[in-house]
Design a protein around this ligand. Structure first.
Ligand code: SUG
Length: 454
């Protein structure tokens, strides 16, 4: 293990956000258990074009703020190969017709644009934390939901294509897709550090641990402790710098289906609700003991100030907490936070408080994604990169003005502005989506990423 000083690659190291581009079949099918927004909006018409433009506007805004911003491609949907695997054979138009008639829920599951929420794409450990100094990626198996369990193969392909250089990047296989090994990626993983390039602490949050621990009674715990333990081993993390902490089961039952719905960390700051963890004090003690170079700052929001329901309704804790080029921190929240007086007051209080580095807020209209329970932080995967690692990333995925303009045009050309569940059976939607994705792989230099291209 390298001593802390050798890991200090400091200034040139950045935390890049890789946002998922919303796919052309974005819809509301009510597929996600324990996700209140998704349940509430089931079967409402969606607007894929608006959804993709809203996501792109966030990427563009972050790039304009001077932050490293990349984009990850959507997946091929409806996914005909899985439908064939499930016994719907024949011509593609017939497959769609039959599955729509006989098993409409399967068609919906095979058509979700859920890969947009790249916080669930993978768990990523920066080179500053790993024994071999490389960035490690493990795609999430997303085992608890059928519509999400079909993401990891192409996610892994996309990550391996974008972060290709083996001198800098290591790609692990997703964990076995079983009820004991559920893994939902970075949404349940927070890194604390003094600076991005310094050896940090990795906090793995789980919903289901040993049989002795309490479990949620209503909704599934999507993340297993065993999954976090496996990832910590695979990523060759120093056990002293790793903590596995349990999410409050009552919060999961209230609708906190991922930890990033109730907590967010950045560098030495952890912002969380009182009901986020079973034992928040243990996290504080561990971080104070282990974090080198800076005292950790904990911002705990009490239930008497903001209820768990208000946190879920606004997605306050799903804000992105980012470090600006001048070193100050900013909260990037969803519009729903501004619309709720109590939530907005809490944000103002955080900004005004002298004892934390958060000094500003930016508001984003992400309503299309929010209606499926996906806020600002759900839409992004954080990857900490040193200078040489940044240089090794496929350069075509970095968002700058020219790429943002090209993607905007591409969305305008290919996306529909209204979609209902019956449309998912339309062979023209399948063809138009493939046409769009084929063009996208060229735009982003991704080669033959999709099954239909192979
Ligand atoms: O897995 N919604 C996603 C939202 C994921 C949010 N991600 C993070 N919190 N990081 C989910 O629950 C809804 C799809 C539908 O019902 O149509 C959905 O999958």
């Amino acid at each position: 293990m390298n001593p802390d000083s050798e890991r200090n690659t400091t200034a040139a190291t950045v935390e890049a956000n890789f946002d998922g581009l919303v796919g052309p079949t974005h819809n509301y099918a009510g597929l996600a258990q324990g996700n209140q927004a998704a349940a509430k909006n089931a079967e409402q018409p969606s607007n894929p074009k608006a959804a993709a433009l809203q996501g792109l506007a966030k990427m563009r805004a972050l790039a304009r703020l001077g932050l490293a911003q990349g984009v990850l491609p959507p997946q091929e949907r409806p996914h005909i190969p899985t439908l064939k695997q499930l016994g719907f054979d024949g011509r593609e138009a017939d497959v769609l017709k039959r599955v729509h008639r006989d098993a409409p829920q399967l068609l919906a599951a095979m058509s979700s644009a859920s890969s947009m929420w790249t916080a669930n794409a993978a768990t990523v450990s920066p080179g500053a934390d790993t024994a071999d100094g490389r960035v490690h990626f493990t795609p999430a198996n997303l085992a608890t939901h059928l519509h999400r369990s079909i993401e990891p193969v192409v996610t892994g392909r996309a990550l391996a294509t974008i972060f290709r250089d083996e001198r800098h990047f290591v790609h692990h296989a997703p964990l076995p897709s079983t009820p004991q090994m559920g893994d939902e990626g970075a949404a349940n993983h927070t890194r604390l550090c003094a600076e991005y390039g310094r050896h940090g602490l990795e906090l793995f949050v789980y919903g289901a641990g040993s049989d002795k621990e309490p479990k949620p009674a209503v909704h599934p715990a999507r993340q297993n402790r065993a999954a976090g333990e496996a990832i910590a081993r695979l990523h060759r993390l120093d056990p002293d710098h790793v903590l596995h902490a349990q999410q409050q089961p009552s919060a999961i039952d209230a609708g906190v289906f991922h930890n990033d719905v109730i907590a967010v960390g950045n560098q030495h700051v952890l912002l969380h609700h009182e009901s986020a963890f079973v034992d928040a004090q243990a996290i504080r003690d561990w971080a104070r003991r282990r974090l080198r170079g800076r005292d950790p700052v904990f911002i705990e929001i009490k239930a008497r100030e903001l209820s768990v329901d208000a946190a879920i309704g606004s997605y306050l804790f799903n804000s992105q907490l980012v470090t600006m080029p001048d070193g100050s921190m900013r909260l990037l929240c969803a519009l729903e936070c501004q619309e709720q007086e109590t939530v907005w007051a809490t944000i103002q209080r955080i900004i005004d408080a002298p004892d934390n580095p958060i000094t500003g807020v930016e508001v984003f209209d992400l309503r299309q994604s929010m209606r499926n329970g996906g806020g600002p932080a759900c839409l992004r995967l954080r990857v900490v990169l040193g200078a040489a690692q940044t240089a090794a990333v496929n350069p075509k995925v970095w968002i700058d003005e020219p790429l943002a303009a090209r993607l905007e045009e591409w969305i305008g050309k290919h996306y529909r502005d209204r979609l209902v569940l019956a449309d998912l059976a339309d062979p023209q939607l399948l063809n138009a989506s493939r046409c769009a994705l084929d063009e996208l792989t060229q735009l982003l230099g991704l080669g033959s990423l999709y099954d239909f291209q192979r």
